[in-house]
Write a protein that binds this ligand. Structure first.
Ligand SMILES: [Zn+2]
Length: 256
């Protein structure tokens, strides 16, 4: 069995979402961690998780968008508090690496760092895992905040970064997850070779579209079969052993 450790289920069209959910068992997918983008997304994921016990909701605010008003964030945090027992994690939260790259004027990072600090503090006080979107240089900032608040259950989804931050994350016991781009991205393949499989999960980040063999295909959890095969090859393990470790890592990390 497989678990998709990071999917934006609420971002699929209703028909696609229904079709994907109907075929999960057939594709060997036991569960999904449905991360949220903002408060409306949290509300949607919450109702999906209450309707279908294979869906486990994480609540947060995706960093690759304009910084919200204080009122908006206060509203989100009090909603999260209210639904604390229904959430498996805080997420998706992090820092806007790609927004910064695309921005024509220098992006003020400080409000994003402060917001992430607030989410990390929330994860610490509620003893929930945290799902991070923090790549390259941003991963160091995330590590600092996690260390500051003593958070050890951190999942850096679709992680990319240098050896220095990899070392820090491995030492701190942080997890990463691998997306279907491991089939064709050399950078990700190199990461898989050096990151301990005991701290690894698999995900789709669906409906985000992939390239290579997946060009023009709808992203869905069944794609993780090929990811497992690739991870097994790069880690020089059997497919069965690899699948079992990744599955158990995710179950244990999210307590699902
Ligand atoms: Zn995501």
């Amino acid at each position: 069995m497989m678990i998709d450790a990071h999917i934006h289920l609420d971002h699929y069209d209703e028909d696609d979402r229904k079709e994907i959910l109907a075929k999960l068992a057939e594709h060997g997918v036991e569960a999904l961690v449905a991360v949220s983008f903002d408060l409306p997304s949290c509300i949607k994921n919450r109702s999906s998780s209450l309707e279908d016990n294979r869906i486990h909701a994480a609540y947060g605010f995706h960093p690759e968008q304009d910084i919200p008003s204080i009122e908006e964030m206060d509203q989100l945090f009090s909603w999260m508090k209210e639904h604390i027992d229904e959430m498996v994690a805080v997420g998706e939260v992090g820092l806007p690496y790609y927004k910064k790259l695309e921005s024509l004027v220098p992006l003020d990072y400080e409000p994003y760092i402060q917001l992430l600090d607030r989410f990390v503090a929330f994860a610490a006080s509620s003893q929930k895992p945290i799902v991070l979107h923090a790549v390259y240089d941003d991963a160091q900032i995330a590590c600092e905040l996690l260390e500051k608040h003593g958070v050890t259950k951190a999942h850096f989804h679709w992680f990319k970064g240098d050896d220095i931050v990899v070392k820090r994350m491995v030492k701190n016991g942080y997890f990463i997850s691998i997306t279907p781009d491991c089939l064709y991205e050399d950078e990700i393949q190199q990461l898989i070779r050096k990151y301990p499989i005991e701290q690894m999960m698999i995900e789709t980040d669906g409906p985000w579209p992939f390239e290579g063999p997946y060009t023009n295909q709808r992203t869905e959890p069944k794609m993780m079969v090929q990811s497992i095969e690739k991870i097994a090859e790069l880690q020089a393990r059997t497919i069965e052993e690899t699948a079992k470790i990744l599955y158990e890592n995710t179950k244990k990390f999210y307590g699902i």
